[in-house]
Write a protein that binds this ligand. Structure first.
Ligand SMILES: *Cc1c(COP(=O)(O)O)cnc(C)c1O
Length: 500
């Protein structure tokens, strides 16, 4: 038997009635036979489209858009995701006709404008990273990681050191780090964090060998803690012949403050869709731009965007014999790059630094308020202040009231607020990971924490209230374990299961 979620929002397929129409198109003044579609490519059955009145179509989609939760409607402190406000001017630029009608196959002389933008963005990112060469091809952070690790691999192979196949990463790292390593055919060596929540230097020293391809480090790490021994770490890996990869997805805390290149790092990925605005989430388009130093430059994906200074001419350089090849169709998600360019250009050097200051201040303010709530405690208390985010543990609450971190998150949803990231990183217990970003002012944080306190009060009196949350949402508490074992990924699959 298939267990149906409490879900009363009909799908558009369920609203359709045969013969209803949203739009009347003019009659064709040519015969279908005039359209020269090869026989084997013609469809045999008509598409299974819902038929309904335009007004109903409109209501359906407008209602769905109102059910959406987004930074434009409320606080969205999802840790390690940097859900920041996206200036609307970026959207206007990304949707301008000049952008929309560009085609990647156009001759280069007709696209000098966008190439200049991409080139300038590459330069700006290179400057922020302290690593001068950039590719904008990778379409996500994970894909940037894959690309960066592929550069490291290509470098070692080129130097005849094919045995260097181990990537070292701390146990606080984002789940994409091990995944990118494995996809690259490299072996992950996980090292433990110490009591401070930082990389254990002795564990790192014990892990390096002549098989070390590189270290993959997130800094500030996913606990929001800056790796203060970063220079010693770089030296340790470099002395062993390894290279240094910087996961820059948490760059929001350090933009314009420090540069990974100056800390000895060889390659880094940015999440343009986190640090430099762009609506993201749900797997939407992103950009995991990668910057590297001179030794890795020859291996960058093909083509790179270059500038001929003498002729003041921008071009794609395909003549890259050592390149790892392409990592994405054409040149990456250009609209995301364009938004990042607009964001950086609008804020400038001082503006970017201020953004970081504000993000860090807000994160620490929220952390200090939340740790005072009875039942929550800060993880890894020896590292204060934090950077862009902090992790609170609901362990005392679970012990005393049988109400978990997950229950707390669901209660916040009942109140119409987005929860922090839960149960990540794995080295914290009952984790609630909070990253308000620079978006949120003091009043918003105060309000958020007040709602959190009110809900935890209710849970103290009645733990069942917490176990049954969220209330008043179209979908109630989902049975995660059941859902993962019985993946139902489409409406058709759901119907089939219901009929079983
Ligand atoms: C978000 C994130 C990633 C992955 O980025 P995606 O664009 O989601 O693939 C990698 N590392 C860290 C630390 C992140 O926060």
């Amino acid at each position: 038997m298939y267990r149906q979620a409490k879900y009363d929002e009909p799908l558009i397929f369920e609203l359709g009635k045969k013969g209803r129409r949203a739009h009347l198109s003019p009659r064709c003044d040519f015969s279908r036979d005039d359209i020269k579609i090869p026989e084997n490519m013609k469809r045999i059955t008509p598409p299974d489209l819902p038929e309904l009145h335009e007004g109903e179509v409109m209501r359906h989609y407008v209602h769905l858009s109102q059910m959406n939760y987004c930074v434009d409607t409320n606080t969205y402190p999802l840790g390690s995701c940097t859900m920041k406000y996206n200036p609307k001017v970026n959207e206007t630029i990304a949707r301008s006709e000049k952008m929309m009608y560009l085609h990647p196959n156009q001759p280069v002389e007709t696209v000098q404008g966008i190439l200049e933008v991409l080139y300038d963005l590459q330069m700006s990112l290179g400057e922020l990273a302290g690593l001068p060469h950039t590719t904008l091809q990778p379409p996500a952070g994970a894909s940037g990681e894959y690309t960066g690790l592929a550069l490291i691999k290509a470098y070692h192979v080129d130097n005849g050191e094919t045995q260097r196949d181990e990537i070292i990463a701390p146990d606080s790292s984002h789940g994409t780090n091990p995944a990118s390593t494995v996809l690259n055919g490299q072996k992950l060596i996980e090292i433990k964090s110490n009591e401070d929540g930082r990389v254990d230097i002795d564990a790192l020293k014990a892990a390096v060998s002549d098989r070390t391809a590189g270290l993959m480090l997130t800094n500030p790490n996913t606990l929001g803690i800056f790796e203060k021994d970063i220079i010693e770490m770089s030296n340790t890996v470099r002395d062993a012949g390894g290279l240094l990869y910087y996961d820059g997805a948490n760059f929001n805390a350090i933009v314009g403050k420090i540069r990974p290149g100056d800390m000895g790092y060889d390659v880094l990925h940015f999440n343009l869709h986190k640090t430099f605005a762009t609506p993201h989430g749900g797997g939407g388009p992103g950009s995991g731009a990668v910057c590297c130093n001179d030794i890795l430059e020859p291996y960058l994906p093909v083509p790179t965007v270059n500038h001929d200074m003498d002729k003041d001419y921008y071009y794609f350089d395909y003549d890259r014999p050592k390149s790892i090849g392409k990592v994405h169709g054409y040149h990456g998600n250009i609209a995301v790059a364009l938004r990042a360019y607009a964001y950086i250009a609008a804020l400038g050097e001082i503006g970017l630094k201020n953004t970081s200051d504000q993000a860090v201040l807000t994160a620490n303010y929220a952390m200090r308020k939340m740790e005072k709530i009875d039942g929550l405690r800060l993880s890894h208390t020896s590292a204060i202040p934090r950077k862009h985010e902090s992790v609170l543990e609901a362990t005392p609450f679970l012990r005393n009231h049988d109400v978990s971190g997950m229950d707390i998150a669901k209660m916040l949803i009942s109140r119409g607020l987005h929860a922090p990231t839960v149960y990540f990183p794995l080295i914290a217990h009952e984790a609630l990971m909070m990253e308000p970003t620079e978006n949120e002012n003091k009043e918003r944080i105060d309000q958020y924490v007040q709602v959190l306190e009110e809900e935890m009060d209710k849970a103290r009196k009645d733990p069942d209230y917490a176990h049954q949350a969220p209330k008043w949402t179209s979908i109630g508490r989902v049975d995660d374990a059941y859902a993962i074992r019985n993946l139902t990924l489409s409406w058709k699959m759901m119907k089939e299961k219901q009929e079983e």
